[in-house]
Ligand binder design. Structure first.
Ligand SMILES: [Cu+2]
Length: 220
């Protein structure tokens, strides 16, 4: 085998290896405990009784009713979807029951990030409700003062208003761009984005000019 062939062989074996590992992972994920799924939606990371390592006991019980729908976007400019509330406060080491109702026709999610990975797959508690359906799930937060990101992961829904925060204890600061709570720093990114596209346009123009010069040189 030449060096080149060996390289190609190694590349493809890596590719096959990586895809099979990914496949196994996906397979395992669909059989995770704490996951339920039907036509009305799904709950992932459901945890009623497994205490985080840093908690001695459950210090509080909360039941929050979250409603998702386009009508909750109305008070905020440039949003299209929303939750009835965009912030919830709980005690560290507390147990939270979430009743998640979707008033729209499209699917919505209530996905919370940053939980300990030894208890929650990918550190997430995740609910999805089909249009017009309600899902109920339970999770327990660890002992730290922390602000957890909650959002809907369906394409463009977070950008269009489905972003919220759950604050355990004194939290770890507000997240940006929460409707009605924190400023939309995304505008800064917007300016950078415009700058970036101008540079891109200039690069294309320079390339065309260079091409014309080279073409002329060779055709003379
Ligand atoms: Cu959504």
């Amino acid at each position: 085998m030449s060096r080149c062939e060996l390289g190609v062989f190694l590349f493809f074996s890596l590719l096959v290896g990586a895809s099979s590992v990914y496949g196994v992972d996906e397979h395992r994920h669909h059989h995770m405990p704490g996951m339920s799924m039907d036509v009305s939606g799904m709950v992932m990371g459901n945890n009623k009784d497994k205490l985080p390592d840093d908690c001695n006991e459950i210090t509080g019980e909360y039941e929050i009713n979250v409603v998702a729908g386009t009508r909750y976007a109305k008070p905020y400019a440039s949003t299209m979807f929303g939750f009835n509330e965009h912030e919830w406060r709980v005690k560290p080491c507390s147990r939270i029951t979430v009743n998640f109702k979707n008033e729209d026709d499209v699917r919505h999610q209530w996905m919370l990030h940053g939980l300990p990975k030894y208890l929650y797959d990918r550190g997430m508690f995740h609910m999805e409700a089909s249009g017009g359906h309600t899902q109920t799930g339970v999770f327990i937060v660890p002992s730290d003062d922390k602000t957890y990101l909650v959002h809907c992961d369906i394409a463009q829904h977070m950008e269009k208003g489905m972003k919220a925060q759950l604050i355990a204890g004194s939290g770890s600061g507000d997240l940006w761009s929460i409707p009605g709570i924190s400023a939309d720093f995304e505008r800064v990114g917007g300016i950078h984005g415009k700058k970036g596209s101008l540079i891109g346009l200039f690069a294309v123009f320079a390339f065309i000019v260079a091409f014309i010069i080279v073409f002329r040189l060779f055709s003379l």
